[in-house]
Design a protein around this ligand. Structure first.
Ligand SMILES: [Fe+2]
Ligand SMILES: [Fe+2]
Length: 158
């Protein structure tokens, strides 16, 4: 069985997801829930296949399902969620048997998933998949969304 199943079943992981879910219960904008995480994982994996990138599926899924896991800490005390997520991911990845090399790659991609940064490999596909996962066309909150119009997804790609 792929190791990312262990991540999804990890107690600390589930606890973090639940906390973010409580903060986002009434959120009308994009949520950071398990659906978003697996949307990102699948899109990132499709991109990797389409572009013949040599990145293990187990690594792609781990980065995707952990990239926003610390979101609740941003609600709690303003810590940027890429940093919070990276810290939480370190512990969970160790508990799930990812080695140091895997961990470093995943943590770097999580830390680089926001803002203007130079990205390549896993970091680049995680960033693209994260943006592509959002269904702006069918979103009820699109008029109020802080994303610029040119950033919004106007068609289904994946
Ligand atoms: Fe994020
Ligand atoms: Fe995200």
């Amino acid at each position: 069985m792929m190791r990312y199943n262990d991540i999804a079943e990890n107690d600390y992981y589930k606890e973090c997801l639940k906390k973010t879910g409580e903060y986002e219960k009434n959120r009308k904008f994009c949520r950071h829930d398990i659906k978003h995480f697996f949307d990102v994982a699948r899109i990132a994996y499709i991109i990797a296949l389409e572009e013949n990138m040599d990145i293990n599926k187990d690594i792609i899924y781990a980065a995707a399902i952990l990239h926003d896991i610390g979101r609740y800490k941003e609600y709690e005390n303003g810590i940027s969620h890429e940093k919070a997520s990276a810290d939480i991911a370190k512990r969970i990845l160790s508990e799930c048997g990812y080695n140091e090399e895997d961990k470093e790659m995943i943590i770097n991609a999580i830390l680089a998933h926001r803002g203007e940064k130079k990205r390549e490999g896993l970091s680049e596909i995680l960033y693209r998949a994260d943006k592509l996962s959002r269904d702006c066309v069918r979103c009820d909150a699109k008029e109020e969304c802080y994303w610029n119009d040119d950033k919004k997804n106007k068609e289904i790609v994946y």
